[in-house]
Design a protein. Structure first.
Length: 274
């Protein structure tokens, strides 16, 4: 028993408006998830990585089982499997997110395929770019089966390639022993008057199951993939989670955040976003 996953990422402009397509099914052919995700402004290589992150995050909800991932990006496959070194600073943080997610998978494989073998994932990535919004066509858990698709939403304003959290200040609730939490610290604020939420003075917050209300949607969109990857890591793997750097993807913002594990009262290292 295992999952078959097809991923694709694309960018119109490189960098430019980008999207990721994810197709997940069981090895018996049962559909699990088919969706396109709008990523804002990214390079095509970054979009390929975001597609893998979205796929692995969704696949984690299916429980522990082997994953077989297929992509038509030879660079992506060779970097993840260790044949190529990741030299781009902009791809390094995405590569680390993928590695964190793969820590939870005991048996996985990545295989390069031809573009024509990856048509559905490609169509979903382009659909997200066309609509400027995420589009879930099918999801077994959520009971979604919408082949007609929803009308397009207004494309979100976006900017630089990278996933990043937005400045949000919040008083962290007490963290109990054994609970998971991520501490987020604003390392570089946005220029005055640029933050969409209008609260650039917020410097630090802790995430357990919810984001602060003051967080702008652009920062939230950038933070979520990394936060989910960290929060879904097994407790015994906390110490292996490196500090992640994420930038808000609102045009002109540039706010930068560091995410790192939070330590619980019993001394176990927990995830934090800084």
């Amino acid at each position: 028993m295992g999952l078959i996953i097809y991923v694709d990422g694309g960018s119109r402009g490189n960098p430019g408006p980008s999207g990721a397509g994810v197709v997940i099914a069981t090895d018996a052919g049962a559909r699990i998830h088919e969706a396109g995700y709008f990523l804002g402004r990214q390079t095509s290589n970054a979009a390929e990585y975001h597609a893998v992150i979205r796929a692995l995050t969704r696949a984690a909800r299916c429980g522990a089982q082997p994953l077989h991932v297929f992509s038509d990006s030879e660079l992506l496959v060779r970097q993840i499997t260790g044949q190529y070194e990741v030299k781009s600073p902009r791809l390094t943080h995405l590569y680390r997110q993928v590695q964190v997610l793969l820590l939870r998978v005991k048996n996985w494989s990545f295989r390069h395929i031809r573009r024509e073998e990856n048509q559905l994932a490609d169509q979903l990535a382009n659909l997200a770019m066309d609509r400027g919004a995420d589009v879930v066509v099918f999801d077994a858990d959520e009971g979604i089966d919408d082949t007609s698709l929803l009308p397009p939403a207004a494309p979100p304003e976006s900017s630089e390639e990278s996933s990043a959290p937005a400045p949000a200040a919040a008083v962290a609730p007490p963290i109990g022993a054994g609970e998971r939490a991520v501490r987020v610290v604003l390392a570089k604020p946005s220029p005055e008057g640029v933050c969409a939420a209008g609260v650039p003075e917020l410097r630090e917050f802790t995430v357990q199951t919810a984001l602060p209300a003051a967080l702008c949607v652009y920062a939230a969109q950038a933070l979520l993939p990394t936060l989910l990857a960290m929060l879904n890591t097994q407790p015994e793997e906390f110490t292996a989670v490196p500090t992640m750097t994420v930038r808000c993807n609102r045009a002109g913002c540039g706010a930068t955040f560091h995410l790192s594990p939070v330590r619980s009262p019993n001394g176990a290292k927990r995830r934090e976003a800084t």
